[in-house]
Design a protein around this ligand. Structure first.
Ligand code: ZN
Length: 297
């Protein structure tokens, strides 16, 4: 009797979903959804920090996940063009199709870098919407957090106040952390570095570092011996302070170059989960800053 009564109450009060199922294309957005949604969300990340998010197989297990999703959050700007459209078609879930409230494209909320004036595919794996790897600048995370808080509130109105409160709290802690990272990283301003793929463009721009070359001869094209030989020569003329590569890059090119030039190779977690310390978004940036500072000690 009592149970029946509470069930009735539940039906008549503002309906709150049992949990919002969040399908994140990348781990950083799953981590952000946990910060803002707490125990009101169930998150799933389609990729890990050790996978190249440009190239994922549209596995049946991912289709099953997308079928149950209430909210999809992805970097966008065509990062997932090789696999997400297929998942969306196969999943047949109307709630999360582009244009619906359950579809959130994170990169639409930030100012994008490297937007090409003309798209020329002969220049490699060029992203026509600009560089999609926005997660490496914490200021971008803050902008996406605001959008995500609003979206969760709209999808689950019964818990709207809670999402707004948690988003607010997160922004407070996040801004304090940004100030801390910026002061720790002040010495990195103007420091020249080589990177494997243009995966850290936003991080480099945020900290005012200077990218002097890529190990990939063209975006998305693996390093060639010819290109690496050119870089060795370039490093002899004007050495960089470090060679960075991501947790999913093949480290061999960076290690080869490090051996030939004496410039340290530094692995940077590409996102949450990419190193022991990068357990959540705070740990991710703590680790990025520490790893970039290490060669300067
Ligand atoms: Zn890319």
């Amino acid at each position: 009797m009592k149970t029946a009564f509470s069930l009735l109450l539940l039906l008549f009060c503002a309906p709150a979903l049992a949990a919002v199922n969040v399908f994140a294309c990348e781990p950083e957005w799953a981590a952000l959804a946990r910060e803002i949604g707490g125990d009101k969300v169930k998150t799933f990340a389609a990729t890990t920090a050790f996978q190249d998010p440009h190239h994922i197989e549209a596995r049946p297990s991912l289709i099953a996940r997308i079928r149950n999703a209430d909210l999809l959050i992805c970097s966008g700007s065509e990062l997932e063009i090789g696999w997400l459209p297929l998942l969306l078609t196969q999943g047949g879930n109307d709630r999360i199709q582009p244009g619906s409230p359950g579809y959130l494209e994170a990169s639409q909320y930030v100012i994008k870098l490297e937007v090409p004036r003309v798209v020329d595919r002969s220049l490699g794996d060029v992203h026509p919407g600009g560089n999609p790897h926005i997660q490496t600048d914490p200021r971008n995370i803050a902008r996406v957090a605001a959008a995500l808080g609003e979206r969760l509130a709209a999808l689950d109105p019964g818990n709207a106040a809670l999402y707004r409160q948690k988003e607010n709290e997160f922004q407070g802690r996040w801004q304090a952390a940004i100030a801390r990272w910026q002061s720790q990283a002040a010495r990195l301003k103007g420091v020249p570095l080589l990177e494997h793929h243009k995966g850290f463009t936003y991080l480099i721009a945020w900290l005012g570092m200077r990218e002097v070359g890529d190990l990939e001869p063209k975006p998305g094209v693996p390093p060639t011996t010819e290109h690496l030989a050119e870089l060795v020569e370039q490093m002899q003329r004007a050495p960089a302070k470090m060679i960075v590569y991501s947790s999913y890059d093949d480290p061999r090119a960076a290690e080869f170059l490090a051996k030939r030039t004496g410039i340290p190779a530094v692995m940077l977690p590409f996102t949450v989960g990419g190193s022991d310390r990068a357990k959540d978004l705070f740990g991710y940036f703590d680790d990025l800053v520490a790893r970039l500072l290490a060669p300067l000690q």
